[in-house]
Design a protein around this ligand. Structure first.
Ligand code: GLN
Length: 497
């Protein structure tokens, strides 16, 4: 059989189900690929060789017994190191959880295992998912497989880089302000932030609980849908989990008919700061949608201009509260435990040693914004902006079925370029943050390479909450249209490593 690491997840599952390849062969091919390239890419923080091969053997045994296999049985996956995995380290990219072995699986981990998905290991990420470049990881940065001197996006840079370097056909990310979509955009892969509450947060280390959402990452729209279907659905362990049927994402990804669909182009996401090649590919995507029969109109969402500012009050506020649990007493790192320090001192010294600069900056910002004298001025105002953004979406979705924009204003920037400039780094999420604030579903998928630098550009599609299937319908149409015209850059012009 041809190189097993080049197949899509759907093709891989079909090959396993038909007996063309065993799950163990598929897993071993990916472990070999990791051994060959990950020293350069650094997508993984931990590779679980024994666990992966054991899971693959279980799938092969099931098939040998004639039992029915699920649609992703035996397909390897790279899991962001923010989901707990029983017996396998979970660090969230932070020194504060170094050496912590969770005693339980996140609901998402459990569902993957139940579906026979083979978890290869845990992927690198910005510490506590705070960042847009994976440079904030306490374990060193990840390279973008298109150009290893550039960032793979963040916070889920490891998951996106694993896909783009063919170390796994599937990956999991989490998106608080864009951490699934922005890495997808800059690596030429597909990433979906499901509707808030669509995928359980139980066992997903919390950053900003009212925004955090786990979701699927893949190289094709159909693969993302198959993974979405596998991880989504109500979970009584998460009080914000939606108790309703999962939208028909797989059917939508197989349909891809956009005739008559109303598509809104967000007027505010253009202009200064947007790279010319990004806008060119975006305009072509809109043209393509028109040619495929969609009705395209311009839509204005004036409050989106304030989304970034509101996010950087709300997310740090929630993080300052969520991260209080890392006290040096309960999990992971503990320093100065020598009998001469009080418990308070141990906590303070552990947090000083265990958190990196961006995490500390956000805890301080959030604590300040929530303090009694400033609460109304900062947190209260930010929540009002959040309501205005939600209203902008509601108004827009009265007129159109989906909204589209570039996913990010620029292609992948060089590692180090924005590391000392938090504002420049924050701007990478300008277009992705509104969907988190309102809880909508959103996708990023490749729409070609920017002419000036040859790097991938992402198209963002946003749908109303619980209409995740629309993302897949539009995504499948755009993907097919692009592949027909220009081929699939990642699958056909994969960068050599
Ligand atoms: N880049 C954004 C931040 O730094 C979003 C992160 C995320 O979605 N986890 O907060």
């Amino acid at each position: 059989m041809a190189d097993l690491t080049r197949l899509t997840a759907a093709e891989t599952a079909a090959a396993i189900a038909s007996g063309e390849a065993s799950a163990v062969e598929v897993t071993q091919a990916h472990l070999d690929r990791i051994a060959a390239v990950d020293e350069k890419v650094h997508a993984f923080l931990h590779v679980d060789t024994d666990g992966a091969l054991g899971a693959a053997e279980a799938v092969d045994a099931k098939r040998a017994k004639g039992e029915e296999l699920g649609p992703l049985a035996g397909v390897p996956l790279a899991l962001k190191d923010i989901f707990t995995t029983e017996g396998v380290p979970t660090t969230v990219g932070s020194k504060i959880l170094e050496g912590w072995i969770p005693p339980y699986d996140a609901t998402l981990t459990k569902r993957l295992k139940h579906a026979g998905v083979v978890i290869l290991g845990k992927t690198n990420m910005d510490e506590f998912a705070m960042g847009s470049s994976t440079e904030n990881s306490a374990y060193g940065p990840t390279g973008n497989p298109w150009d290893l001197t550039r960032i793979p996006g963040g916070s889920g840079g490891g998951s996106a880089a694993a896909l783009a370097s063919f170390q796994a056909p599937l990956a999991i990310g989490t998106d608080t302000g864009g951490s699934i979509r922005q890495p997808a955009a800059v690596t030429g892969t597909v990433g979906v932030k499901p509707t808030y509450g669509g995928v359980s947060r139980y066992g997903m280390v919390a950053f900003s609980s009212s925004l955090d959402q786990g979701g699927p990452c893949a190289r094709t729209v159909l693969d993302a849908a198959l993974l979405h279907q596998t991880i989504a659905g109500h979970d009584p362990m998460d009080s914000t989990s939606i108790d309703a049927p999962v939208p028909p994402v797989v059917e939508a990804a197989r349909n891809g008919d956009v005739r008559g669909l109303r598509v809104g182009v967000v007027k505010e996401f253009a202009g200064e700061g947007y790279q010319a090649g990004v806008m060119q590919r975006f305009t072509e995507s809109v043209e393509l949608l028109r040619e495929l029969g969609a009705e395209v109109v311009e839509v204005s969402c004036p409050s989106f201009t304030y989304a970034l500012a509101a996010y950087y009050v709300i997310a740090p506020s929630e993080c300052s509260s969520n991260l209080a649990r890392f006290d040096g007493l309960r999990y992971g790192l503990r320093v100065a435990d020598d009998g001469t320090h009080s418990a308070e001192e141990v906590t303070a010294l552990t947090r000083e040693a265990g958190f990196g600069p961006e995490v500390k900056r956000r805890i301080m910002l959030g604590t300040y914004a929530l303090s009694s004298g400033y609460y109304d001025a900062y947190y209260g105002s930010a929540q009002k902006v959040r309501t205005l953004i939600t209203r902008d979406f509601q108004r827009a979705f009265g007129d159109v079925d989906v909204l589209v924009s570039p996913t990010t204003p620029t292609t992948a920037f060089p590692i180090g370029e924005r590391a000392d400039d938090p504002m420049a780094m924050y701007l990478a999420d300008l277009c992705t943050i509104p969907a988190n604030l309102a809880g909508n579903a959103a996708m990023s998928l490749p729409c070609g390479l920017a002419p000036e630098d040859g790097l991938p550009v992402g198209l963002q599609i946003i749908a109303p909450a619980m209409a995740d299937d629309r993302l897949y319908r539009v995504g499948a149409a755009v993907e097919a249209g692009f592949v027909e015209r220009w081929g699939h850059p990642l699958l056909e012009e994969a960068p050599a490593l």
